[in-house]
Each structure stands twice: as C-alpha cells, then as structure tokens.
Design a protein around this ligand. Structure first.
Ligand SMILES: Cc1cc2nc3c(=O)[nH]c(=O)nc-3n(C[C@H](O)[C@H](O)[C@H](O)COP(=O)(O)OP(=O)(O)OC[C@H]3O[C@@H](n4cnc5c(N)ncnc54)[C@H](O)[C@@H]3O)c2cc1C
Length: 388
C-alpha cells in the first residue's frame, strides 16, 4: 500500500518479529491505524522469530507463565481460525530432570494446582513407550499432555497477513534511524518520516541499539544460538521421529543448563535438539564472533545425545543460527518507557517468548492504548532491575 511520507498513524510498531507482529494485529483489532516497520525485507532470518518450529507448553516453574498460557492457547486457536492455517500440533511435552530438581518439582506443582492435563512416567513406563530415550538412574519424567509444536514461520506470515487484512500497513526494508519522543512521536527511517501518538518498540536483539538514544539502558544480553539438527544412525530405528513427544531436559548429564528437542519440520528425518543458551554476540556480527572461553554448547549437546539418545549420530547434521535477547532473570520486559509513557517496550524474551506472543502482543497493545491488562505485570517491569 502506498503511504505518503510524514504520514500520521495512531500507533507505530518498530520491529516485525513475532512480538511486534502480534502487537500490530491487536492494535488493528482495536481499530487503531497502525504501521509496522521492519528493517529487513520480509521474511528474514537475522532475528529471533524465524524457522519452522517452536515449542509450546504450560509446563513452567513460574506460575504466572502457566497462567498466561491459558489465554495464549486460545489466541493461537483464534489465529488458526481466522487464517485457516494449522499452527499448533499437539505432541505432549516430556520434562526430564534428575530426581530432587527444584525446577521440575515447581513445574509439577504448577500443573497440578492449575488442573492442567499432565502425568508422571516411571522409568519403566518411559522405557516401554520410548525405547530410543535412555534415562539415567534417578531421572524423573512428567508429561504436559497439551504441549506441542507451533509452526513458527507460518504463524509469523499468518499474523502479518491478518494485520494487513484489517487495514494495517507493513513497511519492510526500512530501518528506523531516529525517534523523536513527544506527544506525537516522530520516527525517521532510511527512506521516510512517520508520526504517531504511540510507539511500541519490539526490536528483538536490536532493542538496546534503539533504546540507548532514548536514554534507556536495560541489562539485556544478546546471545547467538546454535540451532542443531540430528540424524538417526539407522533411519527409522530410534522411534524418535514417530509419535515421540517434544521434550525439555533440565540439568541432565551433570550440566546446569537445559536442552530441548522436537521432530523437525525444517528437515524431514532430522531431530531438532538444542541447548537453551549461547554465547554473547552482536546481532550485526553474529557469524564473526568466535572467541575463547565460550560455552561449548555443541559439545555439551553431543555428550547429551551420546548418553540419552544413542540411536542418533552424536554430531549435528545441520547447524543454523538464531538470537536470544535475555534479561538477568529471564523474564520478559513489558512496560512503558520510564520517561515517555506513549512509548511502550516489549523485550527480553530470553528464548521462550514465541508461545506467549499472541498474549504479549495483546498486553503491549493494551499498555499502548491505555487499557488495563488482566495480568499482574510486576514480573515484567523495568523497575525490577534497579532494586537489585
Ligand atoms: C533457536 C531459538 C529457539 C527458540 N525456541 C522457542 C520455543 O521453543 N518456544 C518459545 O516460546 N520461544 C522460543 N524461542 C524464543 C522466541 O522465538 C523469541 O522469544 C521471539 O521470536 C522473539 O521475538 P521478537 O519479535 O522479540 O524478536 P525478533 O524476531 O528478533 O524481531 C525483532 C525485529 O525488529 C527488527 N528491528 C530491529 N531494529 C530495527 C530498526 N531499527 N528498524 C526496524 N526494524 C528493526 C528486527 O529486524 C526484527 O525483525 C526461541 C528462539 C530461538 C532463537
């Protein structure tokens, strides 16, 4: 759609990843004239939202995320209905941890208290059902029965299309170079100038580069994530590609980190199994930043595969890259700019924001238009960083 330069909008959303796209969608649903700006031509694979798959689960140690997932599942179903595209596949999600692990116990407690469909499995039951998975003595397992897989790229496309159908405007290939705060915010891109009463910043790993000139320093770390895909030693033998649930491994194999896995839609026949974390990297130069003393994430994964999934080749067949933007407590930032209330910030999704993005978008929209969100946003406020 042709948009005159210096066009005026009710709201501008900066960044067309999954969070910005859902924010723009909810703004359009609320009849706000909305512009969604993206620095790269869409689709692109330089941020955090690309790829075919993401895990979805209610199995969280923090009760507030488990609570929020209720509405998030509903909003995913709404988008499926509106777009006619299937985005969620139920597989069940196994959570595996060494016995006595606190996080595991919190996950079970939350699911039990909230009457979520879940069950525990004994080692014997696991062995019978999933012979390709070799647990260590003392490992414990539970299953979030509604856990599964979201089709990420399809979801991003679907939400952007629905936004446009409601009259929303997307301008891609336009990097925001300058933001002039005020009662009307002026946003200058590489080729245009736009104005709006409200601005929402959902810039993913570029958040600090956008917020710095607005006088805000957030304790964000941008991490380069190696997305690894693994092949079976004998195709079809492991059973891991047929009816195997997705899984989340907490502190397994003597490591303090998490690993997760799912059958890949990207590469049929391969499993996507990743380390939940990575090494710090600038999003502009992520391929160039091999430094000493980094977390040996791929080696940790190779060790995990050898021990727990021995029917897979213990070296990845494919490695791709993605970015996390992490906060110190791994909770999101959903808040107003402390000095400019008509600027709202969604950031710090810390590698687990996709499943919640329909609700994150709704909350950012509500903050922007002055509606009271239904949730207690204390865990997501910017002020939490100052008091520590
Ligand atoms: C490998 C990997 C696996 C993950 N797995 C899961 C999972 O299983 N489940 C789950 O729930 N979550 C998962 N996540 C996390 C989830 O994908 C992210 O939380 C989510 O995608 C973050 O979206 P975003 O919109 O904040 O960021 P992004 O997708 O990075 O979007 C930000 C956008 O802003 C644009 N931008 C930045 N600066 C400017 C500017 N100046 N002008 C214009 N545009 C700009 C960028 O180009 C980018 O497109 C995973 C993430 C990764 C990397």
């Amino acid at each position: 759609m042709a948009v005159p330069s210096r066009a005026m909008f009710d709201c501008i959303v900066l960044g067309a990843g999954i969070q910005g796209s859902f924010t723009a969608y909810h703004l359009a649903k609320n009849h706000k004239k909305t512009l969604l700006l993206e620095q790269f031509p869409l689709p692109h694979s330089r941020g955090s939202s690309h790829g075919q798959t993401r895990l979805i689960r209610r199995a969280y140690a923090e009760a507030f995320y488990t609570n929020m997932m209720e509405e998030s599942y509903q909003l995913w179903a709404d988008l499926e209905k509106e777009s006619g595209i299937k985005l969620y596949r139920k597989t069940g999600l196994l959570v595996i941890a060494p016995s006595g692990n606190e996080e595991f116990e919190m996950v079970c407690k939350n699911m039990e208290e909230r009457h979520i469909s879940w069950h525990t499995l004994t080692q014997e039951q696991c062995k019978q059902k999933y012979p390709g998975l070799c647990l260590k003595p003392g490992d414990v397992v539970c299953c979030d029965n509604e856990g599964g897989i979201l089709s990420a790229d399809k979801a991003l496309r679907a939400v952007q299309e629905q936004f446009q159908k409601m009259g929303g405007v997307i301008r891609d290939g336009e990097k925001v170079k300058h933001i002039q705060p005020g009662p009307v915010v002026t946003v200058t891109t590489t080729s245009s100038v736009f104005e709006a009463e409200k601005l929402v910043i959902t810039a993913g790993p570029w958040a600090q580069k956008v917020l710095g000139p607005l006088g805000l320093e957030l304790p964000l770390k941008t991490l380069r994530i190696n997305v690894c895909y693994w092949k079976e030693k004998i195709p079809g033998k492991s059973g891991l590609l047929q009816n195997f649930p997705t899984f989340l491994g907490i502190e397994l194999n003597g490591e303090e980190h998490e690993v997760y896995g799912l059958s890949s839609q990207e590469y049929p026949g391969l499993l996507k199994i990743c380390f939940h974390g990575g090494n710090e990297a600038d999003p502009e130069e992520r391929e160039l930043q091999e430094k000493p003393n980094q977390i040996q994430d791929i080696q940790i994964l190779c060790n995990f595969i050898s021990e727990y999934l021995p029917d897979l080749h213990p070296k990845p067949a494919v490695v791709e890259q993605c970015m996390y933007t992490s906060t110190p407590d791994c909770n999101f930032i959903l808040d107003h700019h402390p000095l400019h209330r008509n600027i709202v910030i969604g950031s710090g999704f810390s590698g687990h924001g996709f499943k919640l993005s329909p609700l994150v978008g709704k909350i950012l929209c509500e903050l922007s238009i002055g509606k009271q969100p239904l949730y207690d946003l204390k865990p997501f406020r910017i002020t939490r960083f100052k008091s520590k």
